[in-house]
Design a protein around this ligand. Sequence first.
Ligand code: PEP
Ligand code: MN
Length: 359
Amino acid sequence: MNHKSCFNDIKRPIVIAGPCSAESEEQTLQTAHTLAKHGIKIFRAGIWKPRTRPDSFEGVGTPGLAWLGRVKNETGMLIATEVANSKHVQQAVEAGVDILWIGARTTVNPFAVQEISEALKGLDITVLVKNPVSPDIDLWVGALERLNRAGISRLGAIHRGFSVHGDTVYRNPPHWQIAIDLKTRMPDLTVLTDPSHIAGNKNMVYSLSQESMDLQFDGLMIESHISPESALTDSKQQITPDDLSAILKKLILRAPDSADRAYHCTLDEMRAQVDVLDKEIVGRLARRMRISEEMGLIKKKSNVAILQPSRWEQIAQELSSYGMTQGLSSEFMSKLLSAIHEESIEHQNIVMNKPSEKK
Ligand code: PEP
Ligand code: MN
């Protein structure tokens, strides 16, 4: 891909802040002026809102573009909004919007991304692509490639977490590894984190922002509203410009590396220990799976099914509690145990259902 990093002239962390939705001219301008006073350089506001359910506020639409225009003229901030089709692109570009982003619900749809890409042909504009709602890195990369093929070279990505079924502490749990893999595949790509949509509440915005900086991401998109309690969308996760400024001041930016030799020696030693342990874990898992295969053969001889659910539930519970007494999170234990169980079933399945070799 032929792309360059966007926001060259803005120091890390790049911060894009503003309300989930532009709701009124007054709310948009008051939020923008207060953010500008706190040194924010890029203002976001949703004009067309992709809502999960009908009958929710779907954004003010076209009239809101003029409010963004006023923000740009009066504060000098760059302005950013979400586009989901060619009509949005055309209107946003005409209104002088500097940065467009593609939302998570649009990135999943290659038809929509293609339509947006074609509408953008020949334009010199920055486009940010949020991760798709499902944890599929290829859909994310595919959207970036479609835009790039349409001649958009100032591209970036935003990690806003992924949808899951059931309750978690997050609204959209992060998959840091997917965002890290994206950065590995496209080292020059600017990758931001959206702690607001990951968290779904105000309380985790700071810790997620710090985590994101510690993982060396380039910046943050944070929802900020002059009066979050009365926001028409995402009210629980928006923070005031003052709170945003306090969070940004608290962030610690750690260096990606150090020139100190003692630091490297200590770290190398510890890495060597970790490497040995990781190998040992894999070796032991392999040994465990060989025993699973032997069990599979015994079950086959006695004509017993692979799965005895009650036994597995009991082991999983015991191991999970043990893991937690050892300082491992219940979320991690649950993922680890499911992975081991699935692999074990697979190994038993292979030996039980392998066609017997002909003599
Ligand atoms: C938003 O940024 O307000 C938004 C709708 O985001 P996402 O596409 O991540 O849900
Ligand atoms: Mn939002």
